[in-house]
Design a binder for this molecule. Structure first.
Ligand code: FES
Length: 214
């Protein structure tokens, strides 16, 4: 029987992410950067060898303290029930990639309250848009209050341009050894500035984080 235990990314206190063997790493267009072995990936934003750690965190006053909730997503999320689809929104995991507001503004209405209209587009359009949310803040179910439907794509980590690591199908283990709730899609801070570490909160954009990929 295949092992269904998720592969792990473990946070080292004050240092990089330790990526377990068997989690491939890809660049922003899907080319593999690393396939096998344990990798240490930059978390402070200062490495000269991005996306890998070069020890800079020990010299640039990096504060890697984690602030993210370890509660379950079910306890954090808001629920918006529409005809044929229910949208879940876990604000505490949003990386502000803008895939929802940019691509389906009739449902995801920036600046209005409530900001989600689950009847603002077809079920198919809503599902297709939510599937592009890299952080997993948005999810959906086709029943009224079921578990989110998530397509298994992992394990893997994609290094986004000037933006966070897009992790899929992995378990993130905190520096204290406790795991965050396992979700299919998660965005991990790599600029060093998130106030919701280890997850991205969009700060990379405000501080002008740069790691232009070739
Ligand atoms: S990568 Fe650090 S906040 Fe997004």
């Amino acid at each position: 029987m295949p092992d269904s235990t998720p592969k792990k990314i473990t946070i080292t206190n004050g240092g990089p992410y330790m990526v377990e063997d068997g989690i491939p790493i890809y660049d922003h267009v899907g080319n593999p950067i690393a396939a096998t072995g344990v990798y240490y990936m930059c978390r402070c934003g200062g490495s000269s060898n991005k996306p890998f750690c070069d020890g800079t965190h020990a010299k640039n006053n990096f504060n890697g303290q984690e602030f993210a909730s370890k509660d379950t997503s079910a306890n954090r999320r808001d629920t918006y029930v529409g005809d044929g689809v229910t949208i879940y929104d876990d604000r505490s995991r949003c990386a502000h990639a803008g895939k929802c507001t940019d691509n389906l503004a009739s449902v995801f209405k920036m600046g209005t309250e409530p900001w989600v209209d689950a009847n603002g587009a077809s079920v198919e359009e809503i599902i297709n848009t939510i599937r592009t949310c890299p952080s997993g803040a948005l999810s959906y179910t086709r029943t009224e209050d079921g578990e989110p439907e998530e397509e298994a794509e992992g394990p893997g980590v994609t290094v986004a341009v000037d933006a966070p690591y897009h992790a899929r199908g992995v378990e993130v283990v905190a520096g204290d050894g406790e795991s965050y709730d396992v979700r299919e899609r998660q965005t991990l801070c790599r600029c060093g500035g998130s106030k919701n570490k280890p997850f991205c909160d969009g700060t990379h954009w405000y501080i002008g984080f740069k790691h232009q990929m070739e």
